[in-house]
Ligand binder design. Structure first.
Ligand SMILES: [Zn+2]
Ligand SMILES: [Zn+2]
Length: 162
C-alpha cells in the first residue's frame, strides 16, 4: 500500500470512528447503510453528489434508494462529519473533509477539487457592514476548467454548452 493509500485508509477509519461517537451521542443507530455511505464518501476526493454515491454502492446494499443516500448525507452534515459545498450546479455535493478549505469547480466535466485555505488570503467579512448579517462560515468557489478539460477539445465543448 502506498503512503497516499495508507493516509486515505487512516482518514476513513477516523471518520467511521467519529460517526460511531456522534451517532451514540445523538441516539442514532449505526446502520450498515450509514457505514457504507460514509466509507464511500471518505474514500473519494471528487466531492460526489448523492446520486454518484448511490451509483457506486447500490449493488452492495440491498434496499438502499437515492433518497436514503441523500437523507444519510444530510444526517452527516447535521452531525458535523461531512459538509455540503456550494457549487455552480444546482445539485448538492458532499465532502468528508470538514476542515476549512475552498473549492474549484470545472464547468466542463463538473468535477470539484480542493483548494487549501492557505492559498487564498483570509477574507475579513466581519469588518464589513453586512447589515447585521451574522456569519457562521464562509468558503470560496472558483469556477473554471480543469487541466483535463483545458485542452482544445474541452474549451470547444464548454463554449458549446454556454
Ligand atoms: Zn474538467
Ligand atoms: Zn473539499
Amino acid at each position: 500500500m502506498s503512503e497516499d493509500q495508507q493516509c486515505r485508509q487512516d482518514f476513513i477509519s477516523a471518520k467511521l470512528k467519529l460517526m460511531e461517537e456522534r451517532c451514540r451521542k445523538n441516539r442514532l443507530s449505526l446502520t450498515a447503510q450509514r457505514r457504507a455511505i460514509l466509507e464511500n464518501l471518505s474514500s473519494r476526493v471528487d466531492h460526489p453528489t448523492a446520486d454518484q454515491i448511490y451509483a457506486s454502492i447500490h449493488d452492495r446494499l440491498t434496499g438502499v434508494s437515492r433518497t436514503t443516500v441523500y437523507r444519510v448525507l444530510e444526517t452527516f452534515v447535521h452531525l458535523g462529519i461531512a459538509q455540503k459545498i456550494s457549487n455552480p450546479e444546482a445539485k448538492a455535493r458532499f465532502d468528508a473533509d470538514t476542515s476549512k478549505h475552498h473549492h474549484a469547480a470545472c464547468l466542463s466535466c463538473e468535477k470539484v477539487i480542493d483548494i487549501h485555505a492557505g492559498l487564498l488570503p483570509e477574507i475579513h467579512l466581519n469588518e464589513w457592514d453586512l447589515d447585521g448579517f451574522e456569519i457562521f462560515d464562509s468558503s470560496v468557489v472558483i469556477v473554471g476548467l480543469c487541466k483535463d478539460c483545458y485542452s482544445m477539445d474541452g474549451v470547444a465543448r464548454s463554449f458549446k454548452i454556454n
